[in-house]
Design a protein around this ligand. Sequence first.
Ligand SMILES: NC(=O)c1ccc[n+]([C@@H]2O[C@H](COP(=O)([O-])OP(=O)(O)OC[C@H]3O[C@@H](n4cnc5c(N)ncnc54)[C@H](OP(=O)(O)O)[C@@H]3O)[C@@H](O)[C@H]2O)c1
Length: 286
Amino acid sequence: MSDTPTAADAGTFDLDGETTVNRMGFGAMRLCGEDIVGAPDDEETAREVARAAVDHGVDFVDTADSYGPGTSERLLREAGVVDDAVVATKAGLLREAGGDWLPHGDPDYIRNQVLVSKDRLGVDTIDLYQFHRPDPDTPFADSVAAFAELKDEGHVDHVGLSNVSVEQLDEAREQVEIATVQNQYNVANREDEAVLQACEDAGIGFVPWFPLAAGDLGAVGDELDAVADAHDATPRQVALAWLLGHSDVTLPIPGTSSVDHLRENVAAAGLSLSDAEIDRLTAAGE
Ligand SMILES: NC(=O)c1ccc[n+]([C@@H]2O[C@H](COP(=O)([O-])OP(=O)(O)OC[C@H]3O[C@@H](n4cnc5c(N)ncnc54)[C@H](OP(=O)(O)O)[C@@H]3O)[C@@H](O)[C@H]2O)c1
């Protein structure tokens, strides 16, 4: 690895022909308290982590209204991150104190939440507004229509989807331009390979959430260890480098509440795996 890699070493992804982001991003969900409900014990450290991401070249930060709820967006604003990064937030999930995540794709709710998120982030326009998860009780097209309207009305610059199938992506693209899709995906969990492929075909950014499987990449653990040893890197860094090397449209957003872990994760942007190593890891995760 180069001496001081930054997120820029991951290369860039072009969201719309005008806006490019460094492909190594940051997931701000883990800035919240336990079960992603409420504030963390140490808010100052949470702000330091967010600030450290930007200081290490990250200019693509993922959050959601439901992280806290509200806490993650608030901390990003307080950390001064919002002006220095494309902030991708989401709507479509309710929370309750026990930690459950409840799909709520009601169009009126989405329209309400965009105003809440704009105020909390302190922006006139949300850079990237993602539909967090299809709601079985609301027609998918109705929810997507709300996002399309918000883009038309100038509340949001780009629309993204999350936790969708290829069919849902195709359906949504008939209503509005989709900039990104965010699904669970990592070297050990490739259930959504077809969604990634669809994004590649359409030039849409694919944001793999749970990129480190919170450290539990057991199925490919031995292979990760071997490649990590060869590069004097950590297995987590190899898992992130694999995501970057496996496809040109991936935008990993590793989440952490620790400045040290943030540095380690961003440094993976400077780790270049050989085609043989990528193939070996790809095969191990299948
Ligand atoms: N769209 C969705 O439905 C959805 C769902 C879940 C998450 N997300 C987004 O995706 C982002 C990433 O997912 P994620 O945070 O769930 O999972 P992740 O990035 O795979 O893993 C995060 C976990 O791994 C630990 N970790 C991170 N870097 C580490 C390191 N270098 N060494 C040791 N431990 C490390 C973190 O603990 P520490 O805090 O101790 O570092 C945290 O518990 C989230 O932050 C969120 O923005 C989206």
